[in-house]
Write a new protein. Structure first.
Length: 278
């Protein structure tokens, strides 16, 4: 059939079944922008990205995700298979599954947290004890310079007395031949300024060291009470554990532990300054 002049020929519709396969080209989902991560093959699980370092105070992580479980501890997060399902309406009962899961996770966290804190406290206790013993031995010797040495005074007076007796024995009975004592026992004793400074620095250094040792013992007692497992239902144990944990956060125990090395460093500097003056 002939077409009228001036009209445009319309191509017949293409059957999708009979059409030849097109050349494979880059799809919109496959196109990557510069710097974007390449898509993973099918069946490959994505890897967790490395945790970014958070804010630290005295060397202690302060971000919410600072806890990293040890490699030898395996957490079974599929608690729905491990623990039986609670009856309807008893999801928050004293023996509910949620409290048991909380106690398991809290116990794993406290084991690592308290263990690391106790290791640092043990080291600090040993150092504070040895340092206090060294400072005490020096302080015992130097503190004697703050008062008059009556033993040396007695020896000087005895020497003067012997000198007077020898002068009389030689025939010098005149008072002109008898010299006055070189020291006066009735005179008020005054220590020199260097001795006062040395004693003051070492007393402050010893006091700071003892305060650190006492505080470390108290913190260890707090942790012992914190990790003690109370008796009762899972709900009661979880509530008590959370109450204790909130107490540690309120009293900023992490900051107290972080202050111990700083105080010991100051104490060591004061001792070295006094040693140079001595």
């Amino acid at each position: 059939m002939s077409e009228p002049e001036g009209s445009t020929a319309v191509p017949p519709p293409i059957d999708s079944a009979a059409a030849p396969p097109s050349e494979p080209g880059p799809s919109a989902s496959a196109v990557q922008t510069p710097g974007a991560q390449a898509p993973l093959p099918t069946g490959v699980a994505p890897q967790a990205s490395a945790a970014q370092p958070g804010k630290t105070v005295f060397g202690l992580r302060q971000d919410a995700n600072h806890y990293q479980p040890p490699q030898n501890v395996v957490f079974n997060d599929d608690y729905e298979k491990r623990l039986p399902e609670d009856p309807y309406g008893e999801e928050t009962a004293p023996n509910a599954r949620i409290w048991r899961v909380y106690n398991e996770e809290a116990a794993a966290y406290d084991t690592v947290y308290v263990g690391q804190a106790r290791d640092g406290l043990d080291v600090m206790l040993v150092f504070a004890g040895l340092f206090s013993a060294v400072v005490t031995s020096y302080l015992v010797q130097v503190s004697q310079s703050l008062q008059a040495d009556y033993t040396a005074m007695s020896a000087i007076l005895l020497h003067d007395l012997v000198s007077v007796q020898l002068s009389i024995a030689d025939g010098g009975s005149s008072r002109l031949n008898i010299t006055a004592p070189s020291i006066n026992p009735l005179q008020t004793f005054r220590a020199d300024s260097i001795t006062v400074w040395v004693n003051g620095l070492w007393v402050v250094s010893l006091t700071m060291s003892l305060v650190v040792a006492l505080s470390a013992v108290l913190v260890k007692q707090w942790f012992h009470h914190y990790t003690s497992i109370p008796s009762g239902t899972p709900a009661a144990r979880s509530h008590l554990r959370q109450y204790r944990f909130d107490g540690l956060q309120k009293w900023r125990v992490n900051v107290i532990i972080g202050l111990f090395p700083i105080v010991m460093h100051i104490s060591l500097v004061l001792f070295l300054v006094g040693l140079m003056l001595f």
